[in-house]
Design a protein. Structure first.
Length: 317
């Protein structure tokens, strides 16, 4: 088990992404995935109030509603649910009034008394940060939220948030959710990890499997030919170096009798300040790989090997 920052949240070190619920996984499939995840020892679920508003016929909050129905049906003990605010079609931005209204709507959809981990999903520079920080602090004071976190914030804005929270005497963030994986490293390692280390924050990275690329599904530089919702996005990683990373993951995974995906998640788990990578499953049979990714321990040499093969230096202009 892994502690998230300075919180009292002690979780299995892999978070099940709820972005697919109501999108590529319908209600029944989502229930089966959640059942399999918890049966296998998982206990940390990540979603957002905007998931999956981009799907025709959806309104936003679709993932939260499915998770809420599952929680009500199963009543599992010890499950931690994280959600986010700022992108729901009806609750855009991070004004104090919107943060409060969005949180209350999320609580209703999830059917819980308090949100375990509540993220500011994207920075909203149209609102004074002090107002947003105060709004999140008020949610904690009113017991609607247990812990505060930020997602997609720059290092400077995270520092500013922490300073304002200290000045206001409100809850400090305990986690950061950045885009981080073997093929997307530099920004996080150079700017976000130092902030996390300084303030004892945990990283809960999204796109941990690079939109599916790090599952090994795309084994040629023509990944865009795959017919799936994420194929076009994953194809950007199907370079010669990207394929070398996949081959390295495959060899290391074979030594541990786990998949390419599990090995990629294990590397990410081993990085400084990372508590639990987020990965989603659209099919029940994919859940085992995610759980393996939360358990397998790579050797120091294997971690170094993957770090070396995935190093990237921007071209000089």
């Amino acid at each position: 088990m892994t502690r998230i920052g300075t919180s009292d949240l002690d979780i299995f070190p892999l978070s099940l992404g709820g972005n697919v619920f109501g999108w590529t996984a319908d209600r029944d499939t989502s229930f089966a995935i959640l059942d399999e995840f918890v049966a296998g020892g998982g206990d940390f679920i990540d979603t957002a109030d905007s998931y999956s508003s981009w799907v025709p016929g959806n309104t936003g909050g679709d993932s939260e509603r499915i998770i809420g129905e599952w929680l009500a049906s199963r009543r599992p003990e010890g499950v931690v649910v994280a959600t986010k605010v700022s992108q729901h079609p009806e609750f855009k931005g991070l004004s104090a009034a919107n943060v409060r209204a969005a949180a209350e709507a999320s609580l209703q959809r999830l059917g819980v008394d308090a949100i375990d981990l509540y993220y500011a999903h994207f920075d909203d520079e149209s609102v004074p940060l002090a107002e947003t920080v105060g709004a999140f602090g008020a949610l904690v004071e009113d017991s609607l939220v247990r812990n505060v976190a930020v997602s997609n914030y720059s290092a400077d804005r995270i520092r500013e948030w922490i300073g304002l929270a200290k000045d206001q005497g409100v809850a400090l963030p305990v986690a950061i959710q950045p885009h981080y994986n073997l093929v997307h490293r530099n920004d996080v390692e150079e700017s976000i990890v130092p902030v996390a280390e300084e303030f004892d924050l945990s990283l809960v990275p999204y796109f941990a499997l690079a939109k599916g690329f790090l599952t090994g599904k795309y084994r040629s530089t023509d990944a865009s030919s795959h017919a799936s919702p994420r194929a076009a996005a994953a194809s950007q990683y199907a370079t010669d170096q990207g394929l070398e990373i996949i081959e390295t993951l495959e060899g290391i995974g074979r030594a541990h009798d786990v998949s390419i995906a599990a090995t990629a998640l294990a590397w990410l788990r081993a990085q400084p300040t990372v508590a639990a990578p987020i990965a989603s499953a659209s099919r029940v049979e994919q859940v085992k790989d995610l759980l393996d990714g939360g358990r397998v321990e790579l050797t120091a040499d294997e971690i170094s090997q993957l770090t070396r093969v995935s190093e990237w230096t921007p071209a000089k202009v």
